[in-house]
Design a protein around this ligand. Structure first.
Ligand SMILES: Cc1cc2nc3c(=O)[nH]c(=O)nc-3n(C[C@H](O)[C@H](O)[C@H](O)COP(=O)(O)OP(=O)(O)OC[C@H]3O[C@@H](n4cnc5c(N)ncnc54)[C@H](O)[C@@H]3O)c2cc1C
Length: 380
């Protein structure tokens, strides 16, 4: 067993760290406070190859693996979780299913554009009546000649305001059981009958956009079906298995940022004539944060490693997300506490970390749903 990263992975991690520090971090607070979509960060990330991390080189991508993706996500989320989720959804939820399930024509059409950042990707499964119970979705697609006609409203689509390609799930067989009658479609932004609805105002990841999608007799050519008709739900779930490693990496990035900020502040802030880092309760907080962070890191690396080897990884991805998201929230709470009143003010980044950490326990499957996935694997 070797816990060292390869030279290549170390180089990727260093490149992501430099990019995050130099480009992403300086803009993070302002983007958050003004709820401005991190368009320029995405464009510059794409120049680094971070928009096509998993895309094979033959489709103009970086051809990297899932461990590389996780390492990059940690560094970027450490600087700005809004930029992080934009890139995570783009790579893991929008691009990855095209790589895995796309026809040759679909890959040639979309992967180079996704990898270059010309097109931003989004993933649209959730609806008002179907969140955790995703298979209960009601949006329909009806066959008409050579097209499918989509009707319905999708909810809470990350990057909806700016995406050029949407991976959309709709019900194509109303008579089939919930999970069997769903099909996955590649929906470009400019189709008639497809509009972007309400943009949400949020507690955290405020610079990331979260929108409704509204379909009113929107015609999508049959050639845009991803995978097989009525077999879209397994694509939705297996895509989320990969996405959960990305969100776990997001959580780890936030947790690391909390630890770094706490170490820095505790050495600078003096009370009772000493830096507060001299007080054992502060040291315990820092030690506990570090221990949980290292545990989360190992779980994320393990899940990514299993995925890269083509081995079953659904349960490990859920375990990694469960623990990393708890760690992010634990560390954010403790970081605010280490900062005292300053931690409650927007002048310090830890209040943003606390707001951003919260979402990691909710999207791409809540904490409760991760536990269901893990238990199902064990009790099968
Ligand atoms: C900022 C943001 C971005 C998002 N981005 C996307 C996106 O890009 N694409 C997309 O498709 N979706 C997206 N979502 C939707 C997200 O995945 C869902 O919010 C999430 O899956 C939970 O669904 P829900 O909100 O409907 O909660 P609900 O399913 O209504 O759950 C409410 C509560 O009940 C619990 N619960 C539900 N069922 C069970 C059960 N069987 N056992 C135990 N507890 C249960 C949940 O854990 C939760 O605590 C996003 C959401 C947010 C907030």
């Amino acid at each position: 067993m070797d816990f060292h990263l390869s030279e290549e992975h170390k180089m990727i991690q260093d490149a992501a760290r430099d990019f995050a520090r130099e480009v992403v971090a300086p803009r993070a607070a302002e983007l958050d406070q003004t709820a401005t979509f991190p368009e320029e960060n995405f464009r510059q990330a794409a120049e680094q190859g971070f928009a096509g991390i998993l895309v094979p080189e033959e489709y103009d991508g970086a051809g990297m693996d899932n461990l590389a993706l996780a390492l990059i996500m940690v560094e970027i989320n450490k600087a700005c979780a809004s930029t992080g989720v934009t890139l995570s959804v783009h790579n893991s939820l929008a691009t990855a299913p095209v790589i895995l399930h796309g026809t040759e024509d679909q890959k040639r059409e979309w992967l180079p554009k996704l990898a270059s950042g010309e097109v931003l990707g989004a993933y649209s499964l959730s609806e008002a009546p179907s969140g955790s119970d995703a298979a209960a979705l009601r949006c329909t697609a009806t066959k008409d000649g050579d097209d499918w006609v989509i009707n319905g409203t999708k909810l809470w689509v990350t990057s909806g305001s700016h995406a050029g390609l949407f991976v959309v799930f709709a019900r194509t067989d109303p008579d089939a059981s919930n999970t069997r009658g769903i099909t996955c479609f590649l929906v470009p932004r400019n189709l008639d009958g497809f509009t972007i609805g309400k943009k949400e105002d949020k507690l955290g990841i405020r610079a990331s956009s979260t929108t409704e999608l509204i379909f009113e007799n929107c015609r999508v050519p049959s050639a845009n079906v991803l995978g097989e008709v009525n077999r879209g739900f397994p694509i939705a779930l297996s895509t989320l298995d990969g996405g959960r490693i990305g969100i776990a990496a997001q959580a780890l990035g936030i947790a690391e940022a909390c630890l770094e900020a706490s170490i820095k502040y505790s050495k600078e802030r003096e009370q009772f004539g000493k830096p507060i880092a001299h007080f054992q309760p502060i040291q315990w907080k820092i030690a506990e944060m570090a221990a949980k962070i290292e545990a989360a890191r190992l779980l994320i690396w393990q899940a990514a490693w299993l995925k890269d080897r083509g081995e079953p990884h659904a349960s490990q991805a859920s375990i990694a997300k469960l623990e990393a998201s708890r760690t992010a929230n634990f560390c954010a709470r403790e970081a605010v506490q280490v900062h005292g009143g300053a931690g409650y003010m927007v002048d310090f980044p830890v209040e943003r970390y606390m707001r951003d950490a919260r979402i990691t326990e909710i999207y791409e499957g809540t904490t409760e749903i991760q536990k269901l996935v893990i238990a199902r694997g064990l009790l099968r």
